[in-house]
Write a protein that binds this ligand. Structure first.
Ligand SMILES: [Zn+2]
Ligand SMILES: [Zn+2]
Length: 785
């Protein structure tokens, strides 16, 4: 099938004999819980040859590693990078993307060894996690290319070592946070490194989305500016999971045009992909975790090596322990071959885990998405995905862990009890027929950009041409920084006007202040929580799960921003009650379609947490308690739509039913937004009202949960019709009678899911679709269960 006698490094090590996998797949797909089976064809290998420009010492290393030839996509990316084109390589899991940048990067470094400094060329590698950077370093070091010095630089690097790295390393592996806090503010110390900077690698660039993505976009512009100051204009090579329009995402991220490489030349066996619906209990489905644990045990018992992805750490623990318990009964010799992977392991521990999977000592593994980064696992027989991982891109990345070279593989999506998962069960075309979603980020968000411009000015005074690099909102940001006394305007530019360092005040991983979680008896800080979430999650009396352990909050002190907790599980959960209002500050885009108005713009959402409910695990309320907390206000961006009372009445929704209809529609719409934008349910919020003072009409608002917005609501507005059509389908097709977590109930609701009117919500959503001129799918009536 291919002339590639030796697979690239990332595909090596999969030498276990093929198992009787068709049997496992046949068994699984015959189960009644399977709603859909998709057969994905095998992909044929396309190999190329090593380019003539590869440095002889590197070529010898590659051949010595058993890499006889690159796949076609690797060759395409390395040629583009070599010729100075910014390039993004967006291909499947385990397709060997790293060769695409390592070959041109290390060739340049080797050529630069002859320079008088011995450092004619340097490479900067950025990864979203320390673990991944450590892995890449180990990989490059294991090649032992003569003369090439590789080092990781992050928050843990000792000071003495930092000096050596700055003065001697050819390849520096770091993360955007270190770049922001340490390398860029200290650029003068890095002068020699920057002068020779030839290539910047941005690995796993699809993880830079939303607010975090906007921060990283600003950091990369600061990097370009500093490099240019030392005469360097490095080539950017980005690696991404399969995303929609990777070139657009990469260009937004670095602020320059980027060429895409997307045709994967690595081989893959056929994949059987099943969609699994957990059994319905009384008023909700069995949990995806429980169901996945049962499947994991059943597959391991069939001699099938499998990894199960769950959405939370607690879910991973529960999944692994249930699967082990089941095996202890049925096949005791296999109990120890199932493990949980929690992330945060040391590199040696991860290597041991990879080894155990390769030898088959480990047959079943439960893991969170953390596995996507930092540990190299591929070539399994089967992958279980418990709950929608948020994006099609993540789904494919997780499913890509299945299939040793050329062998058939099995992937199973186990639906969780929420609106998006239920929708997907009934609409496999939304998974298999749709392109992966666009990765959203907004480099012009002023809340994000302004502090980076302050940091940039502290690094080097800003000049008018610099502002162009930072985009159209940069000038307004700089003016407000001058007005605030943070920058000073001089004839030749803008200067940092204070004594401290701006980078110290700004974290890339959240724009918000944090509240510390402290243990009452020891005073030990267990962790932090975003201030925006503190009122609902760690109010006095809250039961809060932190890193898998349950605590009771004895006091939330807003003055010191501390929540004091005691360990222990009281046997109930708590649920914050809140009241929200919103003001429409200005629409940027508006459309009127008869009785329907659809808008996108700036909003102010004011929320006050007023109390909380205590609930038993079954949902029964055993107490209500008031809280005295101040209002919080968020200025952000949102999408809102209005319907006239007449249009609602025409659909049979009388005045009394309007609040329940809109509230239910709002919940379901929030649940379905990830289908069109790369949001999590927790990235967005919603409010609905039967008569809003600014519109005078029944109004539903869905907004970004971050100051200044993050691009999610904007994407919802851009694909409004698709979004509402999916929302309507999810609610109308749900088999419950009066609303359940799989359609209109929300775990996040501040009103205790009151009022909700499922039938009226279906009618209201149908009215929106009618007015948009879109076909309304026939409603499948509720069935008793
Ligand atoms: Zn339902
Ligand atoms: Zn609600």
């Amino acid at each position: 099938m291919s002339g590639n006698a030796h697979p690239p490094a990332e595909m090596a090590g999969q030498v276990l004999p093929a198992k009787d996998l068709p049997t496992a797949a046949d068994w699984l797909t015959a189960q009644p819980a399977v709603r859909h089976v998709e057969s994905l064809p095998a992909r044929v290998a396309h190999t190329s040859s090593w380019p003539h420009w590869v440095h002889p010492a590197l070529l010898a290393t590659l051949l010595g590693e058993g890499l006889a030839a690159p796949w076609s996509h690797q060759r395409e990316a390395m040629d583009l990078a070599r010729s100075g084109h910014h390039v993004v390589l967006s291909t499947g899991t385990a397709s060997g993307k790293s060769l695409g940048y390592l070959v041109p990067g290390l060739s340049a470094v080797l050529e630069g060894l002859d320079a008088p400094t011995g450092r004619g060329a340097t490479v900067l590698y950025l990864s979203p996690t320390k673990a991944l950077a450590a892995d890449q370093r180990a990989r490059v070091e294991s090649w032992a290319v003569p003369g090439v010095r590789v080092a990781t630089h992050d928050g843990d690097t000792p000071t003495e070592e930092r000096r050596w790295i700055r003065d001697h390393a050819h390849v520096v592996l770091t993360n955007p946070d270190s770049l922001h806090h340490s390398v860029l503010p200290g650029h003068a110390h890095w002068r020699a490194f920057f002068r020779a900077l030839t290539m910047v690698v941005v690995d796993e660039c699809h993880t830079y989305r939303g607010v975090f993505g906007s921060h990283v976009a600003a950091v990369l512009r600061r990097l370009r500016r500093i490099a240019a100051r030392y005469g360097a204009h490095p080539t950017f090579v980005l690696a991404s999971a399969t995303v929609s329009d990777p070139a657009e995402h990469a260009s937004r991220l670095i602020g320059m045009p980027v060429a895409p490489v997307t045709v994967d030349g690595s081989p893959r066996g056929p994949v059987t992909f099943a969609l699994w619906e957990p059994a319905m209990l009384e008023d909700r489905r069995r949990s995806a975790t429980t169901e996945a644990a049962d499947l994991l045990a059943a597959l391991v018992a069939r001699d099938t090596q499998v990894v199960a992805f769950a959405r939370s750490r607690a879910g991973v623990e529960a999944l692994a322990s249930r699967a082990r318990g089941l095996l202890a009964d049925r096949a005791p010799h296999l109990e120890a071959s199932v493990a949980a992977y929690r992330g945060g392991y040391l590199p040696e521990e991860r290597r041991a885990l990879e080894r155990d999977l390769r030898t088959g000592a480990l047959m079943g593994l439960a893991a969170t998405n953390a596995l996507e980064l930092g540990v190299d696992i591929s070539g399994l027989d089967a992958v279980l995905i418990a709950g929608w991982p948020g994006r099609r891109a993540s789904l494919w990345q997780q499913a890509g862990r299945a299939g040793r070279s050329g062998q058939p593989a099995l992937a199973v999506f186990v639906a969780a009890d929420d609106p998006l998962d239920s929708f997907l069960l009934g609409h496999p075309e939304a998974i298999f027929g749709a392109p992966v979603e666009a990765t959203v980020l907004d480099p012009s968000n002023r809340h994000v950009l302004a502090p980076h411009l302050a940091a940039a000015a502290a690094e080097l005074p800003l000049t008018p041409p610099d502002l162009e690099m930072f985009g159209p909102t940069a000038r307004a940001c700089v003016d407000s920084l001058v007005a605030g006394g943070i920058l000073r305007r001089r004839p030749d530019g803008w200067y940092w006007a204070r004594d401290d360092r701006p980078a110290d005040h700004l974290s890339l991983r959240g724009t918000d202040a944090v509240v510390a979680i402290a243990e009452r008896h020891t005073g030990r800080i267990l962790g932090t929580i975003d201030a925006s979430a503190a009122h609902t999650q760690v109010h006095t009396g809250a039961v809060h799960v932190h890193q898998g352990r349950t605590h009771v909050v004895t006091e939330l002190d807003l003055e010191t921003a501390t929540a004091t907790v005691m360990p222990g599980d009281p046997g109930w959960t708590t649920h914050a009650q809140s009241h929200s209002d919103f003001q429409l500050l200005g629409a940027e885009r508006s459309a009127s379609l008869g009785a329907l108005g659809v808008h996108f713009g700036t909003v102010r959402v004011t929320t006050q947490v007023t109390g909380f409910l205590r609930r038993l695990p079954g949902g029964e309320v055993i107490g209500q308690h008031d809280l005295d907390l101040p209002e919080r206000s968020l200025v952000t961006r949102g999408v809102w739509w209005t319907l006239t009372p007449a249009a609602l009445a025409y659909r049979g929704i009388d005045e009394a039913a309007v609040p329940g209809a809109l509230h239910a529609a709002e919940h379901a719409a929030i649940g379905l937004l990830p289908l069109v934008a790369t949001s999590d349910r927790w990235d967005v919020g919603g409010v609905s009202t039967d008569r809003h003072p600014d519109t005078g009409l029944p109004t539903v608002l869905v907004y970004d949960g971050h100051p200044g917005g993050a691009g999610f609501a904007e994407q919802g507005h851009a694909r409004f019709g698709d979004w509402i059509a999916a929302t309507h389908a999810a609610v109308s097709e749900c088999r419950c009678v009066a609303g359940c977590p799989a359609c209109v109930q929300s775990p996040k609701c501040g009103n205790g899911n009151e009022p909700l009117d499922k039938a009226a919500a279906i009618s209201a959503l149908a009215a929106v679709l009618d007015l948009l001129g879109r076909p309304v799918s026939p409603r499948s009536g509720p069935e008793p269960h």
